[in-house]
Design a protein around this ligand. Structure first.
Ligand code: TYM
Length: 327
């Protein structure tokens, strides 16, 4: 049997380069060979403040980004999490075997608590349990996500192990599928590229001028430090992005310029902007085609979600039976 793959992205706006390189590239690498389901996890989206009026539009944007990036509905299923309510049912069952204290200790929970001190809700604490249910609902084995999701993967494995121990062998222990872009740094110099930090990201639909503007605002140094390229800090982040988008010889040229204290960051940013835009151009063209054909997108979603629904129910039935309910 082909390995089962599951991954999802929240509907918080258009995808940025972090999502693309850390998650979508992994999805693309796996869809040819494995049994894949890729989701827009809208139930996870509502754990932080959001606007119900625009939620559906945001879900649609991610679906269009997925299709534009090359996720192929002939090869994988595209799911909208809330249309498969078995996610919530399984999450509840799984929550009964997992300690609250472990959830309170997770870095993502602590970060969100600090970010939205007036919005510390049960859903936020429950987030990793629902995420475990997402993958286990399809007995997923491989999960293409960025490195920031590793603590959630650990929770998933703990839950699978515990469930198997208590109720009998049911779930595989999922592992993360890594990409070279598993950690894309922020353009602002601090932390990772993130939608919630303005000035930190480039989206997949940005035009060349916007990409240039965003890169121009990224902090650098005087350019007269010399020596090897630093491993942390603003300049390191720019070089990390260079490595992800330009060829080896171009990278080496700028690394050499840095060493020789003659680097011109504006030149480097221009080269980087062009390289990013070149990679994004075919995506943007494809996106336009799909957005002009909403009926086709609806049909894709309809048949995908139908199939997900059926598969999910089988696993929920198995779980219910093992836990002492009738299926
Ligand atoms: P979200 O929407 O926060 O992130 C979506 C994906 O993008 C990756 N990512 C990054 N990768 C590299 N560098 C970055 N700067 C960067 N920023 C974001 C994330 O690692 C993630 O892969 N909890 C998940 C959503 C989820 C999920 C699931 C994923 C819910 N259920 C089941 C897989 C399986 C998340 O972080 O979404």
């Amino acid at each position: 049997m082909r390995k089962r793959v599951y991954s999802g992205i929240r509907a918080t706006g258009r995808l940025h380069l972090g999502n693309y390189l850390g998650a979508v590239k992994g999805m693309l690498a796996l869809q040819d060979e494995y049994d894949c389901i890729f989701s827009v996890v809208d139930l996870h989206t509502i754990t932080v403040p959001y606007d119900p009026k625009t939620l559906q539009q945001s879900v649609r944007e991610i679906i269009l980004d997925y299709l534009a990036a090359g996720l192929d509905p002939k090869k994988c299923l595209l799911e909208i999490q809330s249309r498969v309510p078995q996610h919530m049912e399984l999450a509840y069952y799984l929550s009964t075997i997992y300690p609250v204290s472990r959830l309170e200790d997770l870095p993502t929970y602590k970060e969100k608590k600090a970010q939205y001190p007036k919005y510390v809700n049960m859903g936020l604490l429950y987030y990793p349990v629902l995420m475990a249910a997402d993958v286990l609902l399809y007995k997923g084995e491989l999960v293409p996500v960025g490195i920031d999701q590793e603590p959630h993967l650990e929770v998933m494995r703990e839950i699978a192990r515990k469930f198997n121990g208590v109720y009998g062998e049911t779930f595989p222990e999922p592992t993360r599928f890594k990409t070279t872009g598993e950690y894309v740094p922020s353009l602002s110099g601090v932390g990772k590229m993130s939608k919630s930090v303005e000035g930190s990201y480039i989206t997949l639909t940005d035009d060349l001028e916007t990409i240039r503007k965003r890169l121009a605002a990224a902090p650098t140094d005087s350019g007269t430090e010399g020596g090897s390229v630093p491993e942390t800090g603003n300049v390191a982040n720019l070089f990390k992005l260079m490595k992800l988008f330009v060829d080896d010889s171009t990278y080496k040229k700028f690394a050499q310029d840095y060493q020789d204290k003659k680097i011109r960051y504006s030149d480097m940013k221009d080269v980087l902007a062009d390289a990013i835009f070149q990679e994004l151009t075919p995506l943007q063209e494809k996106r336009k085609e799909f957005s002009q054909n909403p009926k086709l997108v609806d049909e894709i979603l309809e048949s995908s979600n139908q199939e997900c629904h059926e598969r999910a129910q089988e696993v929920v039935n198995e779980v219910r039976e093992k836990m002492g309910f009738s299926s």
